[in-house]
Design a binder for this molecule. Structure first.
Ligand code: NAP
Length: 315
C-alpha cells in the first residue's frame, strides 16, 4: 500500500509517497481504509526531528495522526464497529502512520462518523476532541461565562470557538488580523488581532484556553477570580521553563494552568459525533491536498495563518 514516509529528519521536502506492506489487524484492532487525514502541529515537530528523543533514529518513519475512513477488517475480539462502517479516530500515543491507504488501530480509538458528513471534510474534526476535553472536562465552562480562545483560527481553536458558543459562553477569539472574519463566522462574539494587543490589555475571562503555549504567565493573569486556564501546548523554544511553569502553577489550585495530552477514545468520539449531528460543530477545512502533496500541506501549516485544518485526501 502507499504511505507517506521520510528517511531523515528535515523540512517538508523529506516527505515522499512510498510502498509499505498493508498491515493486518492484531487482536482488538481494526483495519481502516483511510479516506483522509489532517496535518497536526505535533507531527511537523516529529518530522523536523524536534522530538528525536522520542522518535529515535530508525527510518523510514511515518506521518499522520488522525484519520477518517471505512472499516476494512476486524481483528479477533474487536468490538463496537462493523466492516464497512464510516469511522474517525486518532492514533494517539501509539504513534504516527495514518498518512497511508490503510491503518490499524485499537477498536476503542475510533468512533462512527455521523451520516451525511463527507469523510474528507470530517477529517478536520478528530482533533476537535481536544477542544471538548479542554472546555467541557478540564475547564468546565458554563453558560454566560467569558471564554478566551488563543489560536482561535487553528485546528483546535476553531472547534473551541464553535463549542464555546454552543456551551453558552461569551467567546473572545484571538487570531491574526487576516483571520478575524473567519473566527467571527465560527461564532466568536469578539475577535481581536493578537498582534495588536498585549495580554495585559485583555480580560478578565472566566476561562482561558491557550493553544499557542507561549506567554502562559501573562495569559493566566487574565483569569477572573475563580477563573480557569487550560493550555494544550507549551513553548517548544523554552521547553524546560515552560513545563516548569505549568508544573509550578499547581500551587494555585483551581487557578493553576491545566495541561493535558489528548488520548481520545470511543466515548469522546461519540460526543464529537453528537455535537456535529446537533449542528453545534462543523468541519472547517482550509485546503484539501491529494496524498502526493502531503509535503505542501506540511509547508502550509508551517507557514502559519491556517483557517481550520489542512486535510489530505487518500483517493
Ligand atoms: N495536548 C494535546 O492533547 C494537544 C492536542 C492537539 C494539539 N496540541 C498542540 O496544540 C497546539 C495547537 O494545535 P493546532 O492543531 O490547533 O495547531 P494549528 O492548527 O497550527 O493552530 C495553532 C494556532 O495558534 C496560533 N498561534 C501560533 N502562535 C501564536 C502566538 N504566539 N500567539 C497567538 N496565536 C498563535 C496560530 O495562528 P497564526 O498561524 O494565524 O498566527 C494558529 O491559529 C500545537 O502545538 C499542537 O501540537 C496538543
Amino acid at each position: 500500500m502507499r504511505a507517506v514516509l521520510f528517511d531523515r529528519y528535515g523540512g517538508p521536502e523529506v516527505l515522499y509517497v512510498g510502498r509499505v506492506p498493508r498491515p493486518e489487524p492484531a487482536p482488538g484492532e481494526v483495519l481502516v481504509r483511510v479516506r483522509a487525514f489532517s496535518v497536526n502541529g505535533g507531527e511537523l515537530a516529529a518530522r523536523a526531528g524536534d522530538l528525536r528523543l522520542l522518535t529515535g533514529r530508525k527510518f523510514p518513519q511515518r506521518v499522520g495522526l488522525d484519520f477518517t475512513g471505512e472499516v476494512a477488517a476486524l481483528g479477533a475480539g474487536a468490538t463496537g464497529v462493523a466492516v464497512g462502517d464510516r469511522v474517525w479516530g486518532v492514533l494517539g500515543r501509539t504513534g504516527f502512520g495514518s498518512a497511508a491507504d490503510y491503518v490499524t488501530v485499537r477498536a476503542e480509538r475510533l468512533g462512527r462518523v455521523p451520516d451525511g458528513l463527507d469523510l474528507v471534510e470530517a477529517a478536520a474534526l478528530p482533533v476537535a476532541t481536544t477542544a471538548i476535553t479542554a472546555l467541557r472536562d478540564k475547564a468546565g465552562v458554563r453558560p454566560g461565562e467569558r471564554l478566551l480562545v488563543r489560536g482561535a483560527a487553528g485546528g483546535v481553536g476553531n472547534a473551541a470557538v464553535q463549542l464555546g458558543k454552543a456551551y453558552g459562553a461569551e467567546v473572545t477569539a484571538l487570531a491574526r488580523a487576516a483571520n478575524l472574519d473567519f473566527v467571527r463566522t465560527l461564532g466568536a462574539h469578539h475577535a481581536i488581532d493578537h498582534r495588536s494587543v498585549s495580554p495585559a490589555e485583555l480580560g478578565p475571562f472566566d476561562v482561558v484556553l491557550d493553544t499557542a503555549g507561549t506567554d502562559l504567565r501573562a495569559f493566566r493573569r487574565l483569569r477572573s477570580p475563580g477563573g480557569r486556564m487550560v493550555t494544550i501546548a507549551f513553548d517548544q523554544t523554552r521547553l524546560a521553563a515552560s513545563l516548569g511553569y505549568i508544573a509550578a502553577s499547581a500551587v494555585h489550585g483551581r487557578g493553576r494552568v491545566r495541561f493535558f495530552s489528548g488520548n481520545p477514545k470511543r466515548a469522546l468520539f461519540d460526543d464529537l459525533a453528537r455535537e456535529v449531528a446537533e449542528g453545534r460543530l462543523r468541519p472547517a477545512v482550509d485546503t484539501c491536498f491529494p496524498l502526493e502533496e502531503t509535503a505542501a500541506a506540511h509547508r502550509a501549516l508551517e507557514a502559519g495563518g491556517v483557517r481550520g485544518k489542512y486535510v489530505v485526501r487518500v483517493d
